[in-house]
Design a protein around this ligand. Structure first.
Ligand code: ES4
Ligand code: ZN
Length: 326
């Protein structure tokens, strides 16, 4: 349709994408076979049927199990390349992709295999599609801060190819303050900081992200809306929120897409962006996310343009590169 072509034709940056969450069932089967790994599914349909979640933890259990088929740098390359190809069709010209090294190093996969596979796909995406990309190393917050420090140490040889660090995985019970030291250490090394806050966690976790971590960006941030003082503060400081509507729906952060708060966020002056989070698990890539809230909340084309512009100004690109996209 007209709106679909408008959305796909709108140059945009994707700022919240877990590359392991882009592993489609078809590729999962292919990699399982290639690597001789058993997976607990009979068919692609069987896998998709398992993707019925009621909260974040249900999803995470299945997502970590799916990642078990990833073994070699070629696997990481193929997964990332499939994402870049799909994102290019959706008008993504810049992607800031998160990866979870601990999901792999804890299974004995060397850090080098993971990151070299991703970096070679990033180079290929730029050569083939002119798409730029950056890496965000995410620490798993259900593990210890000590484990995060070990991961940061493993990343040392590649620090010039990593833009930011983040926090993902189980939010409740693992507030940002748990990782204050390691995030400060990463910042000392010149890395930016973005973290999941206010997806399932309370507004207090968003306050911590601001006051204790001084985060450069907030992933999700939905629950900040429960606190008008916090909302106004985020708006005034121009903090970018990386919002993920289809993720919110699948993980029951909202009951119905018709309840998505994206228009309230824009109305409140928040710098919201739209992103796909884990597209293979949540039923859509970035254009599907734009489309879903455009339909459900009646966003205008001007709203969609604002959101796409927010994705560049909220990116970790240098100012001159941002200017070229505006
Ligand atoms: C995630 Cl949606 C979401 N939330 C927290 N951690 C994650 N890791 C991958 N997807
Ligand atoms: Zn996420």
């Amino acid at each position: 349709t007209d709106l679909d072509s408008f959305i796909a034709g709108l140059p945009k940056a994707e700022l919240h994408l877990h590359i392991e969450g882009s592993l489609e069932p078809e590729l999962m089967f292919e990699l399982a076979q290639r690597n001789g790994v058993e997976i607990p599914y009979e068919s692609v349909e069987d896998v998709r049927a398992a993707y019925a979640f009621t909260r974040l933890q249900d999803f995470l259990d299945i997502y970590y199990a799916g990642a078990n088929v990833l073994r070699t740098r070629q696997d990481f390359h193929d997964m990332a390349m499939a994402y870049f190809e799909r994102a290019a069709q959706d008008g993504v010209v810049h992607a800031e992709i998160m990866f979870d090294p601990q999901t792999h190093t804890d299974r004995g996969i060397p850090f080098a295999e993971v990151i070299e596979g991703l970096l070679s796909a990033m180079a290929e995406a730029e050569a083939k599609h002119g798409m730029t990309s950056q890496l965000i190393l995410s620490f798993l917050r259900h593990l210890s801060e000590e484990a995060a420090f070990e991961t940061l140490a493993m990343a040392e040889p590649w620090l010039d190819r990593i833009t930011a660090v983040g926090l993902d995985s189980s939010e409740l019970g693992h507030p940002p303050v748990k990782f204050a030291q390691v995030l400060a250490a990463a910042r000392e090394k010149g890395l930016k900081i973005t973290l999941h806050a206010g997806e399932e966690g309370p507004p207090e976790y968003v306050y911590q992200a601001l006051d204790l971590i001084e985060a450069d960006r907030i992933d999700h941030g939905n629950r900040a809306l429960e606190d008008p003082v916090l909302t106004q503060r985020l708006a005034e400081m121009g903090m970018t929120l990386t919002v993920c509507p289809l993720s919110n729906l699948k993980l029951c952060v909202i009951d119905d897409i018709a309840q998505h708060p994206i228009d309230r966020m824009l109305q409140a002056g928040l710098k919201a962006t739209l992103n796909s989070d884990d597209p293979a698990y949540f039923g859509g890539y970035i254009a599907d996310n734009y489309r879903a809230v455009a339909d459900a909340r009646g966003l205008t084309r001007d709203d969609l343009v604002t959101i796409a512009r927010n994705s560049f100004t909220g990116s970790f690109l240098p100012a001159d590169a941002i200017a070229r996209h505006m």
